[in-house]
Design a protein around this ligand. Structure first.
Ligand SMILES: Cc1cc2nc3c(=O)[nH]c(=O)nc-3n(C[C@H](O)[C@H](O)[C@H](O)COP(=O)(O)O)c2cc1C
Length: 176
């Protein structure tokens, strides 16, 4: 069975991006979903000095090992001040030092949401333009605006927005 890694790029316990990523992942059929929580990979802030002095933290190698097992990814990016959360960026920086092709030339669906009307559009744009250089085969990108108006009980409540996401999960399914 194909394995898909799903996570919200946030360390918030109640991450709305984790909720969106799980909902998108749940649209896939006959796959094993592996939902990661960035809190399980908290480690020192990346620095070249730490890398040279003590090598890779065990959390970085553990995250990298998880990525190695996946046939595809669903990532939903939380936006902090227009960019990645510090929690995601730290993991990303460490893991990129182990293998710059972080996403292993596997299909990736890029999502973002926020309580605001732009739905994390800035961080999504950053991820979509960068991640192909880091081994992502981009399947598509999708932003859910005004999360609390459009998502309830684990589902997207607006049928048009829901259909747009489902078009992309079908694309991901085919690419696995
Ligand atoms: C430090 C900080 C900066 C934020 N900056 C933005 C921002 O630039 N754009 C935005 O839409 N929301 C911003 N927000 C609100 C987040 O979108 C909101 O907290 C959202 O719940 C984050 O996603 P998460 O729940 O998956 O962590 C910010 C929140 C924090 C705490």
């Amino acid at each position: 069975m194909k394995k898909v890694i799903v996570f919200g790029a946030s360390n918030s316990k109640n991450s709305i991006n984790k909720q969106l990523a799980i909902y998108a992942g749940s649209q896939l059929e006959n796959v094993e979903l592996n939902v990661l929580d960035l809190n399980d990979f908290e480690m020192p802030i990346y620095s070249i000095d730490k890398e040279e002095e003590t090598g890779f933290p065990k959390e970085a190698t553990a995250f990298n090992s998880e990525l190695e097992t996946a046939d595809g990814f669903v990532i939903s990016f939380a936006e902090h001040n227009g960019s990645y959360t510090a929690a995601f960026k730290n993991i990303f920086d460490w893991v990129s030092r182990i293998d710059p092709k972080v996403w292993r030339e596997k299909p990736v669906l890029f999502l973002a949401t926020s309580p605001g009307a732009r739905g994390g559009a800035s961080v999504l744009e950053t991820a979509v333009s960068r991640m192909p250089y880091q081994g992502a085969v981009a399947i598509g990108n999708y932003s859910l605006p005004s999360f609390y108006d459009h998502f309830k009980d684990g589902k997207i409540t607006n049928s048009e927005l829901d259909a747009q996401l489902k078009e992309l999960t079908v694309k991901l399914q085919k690419a696995l």
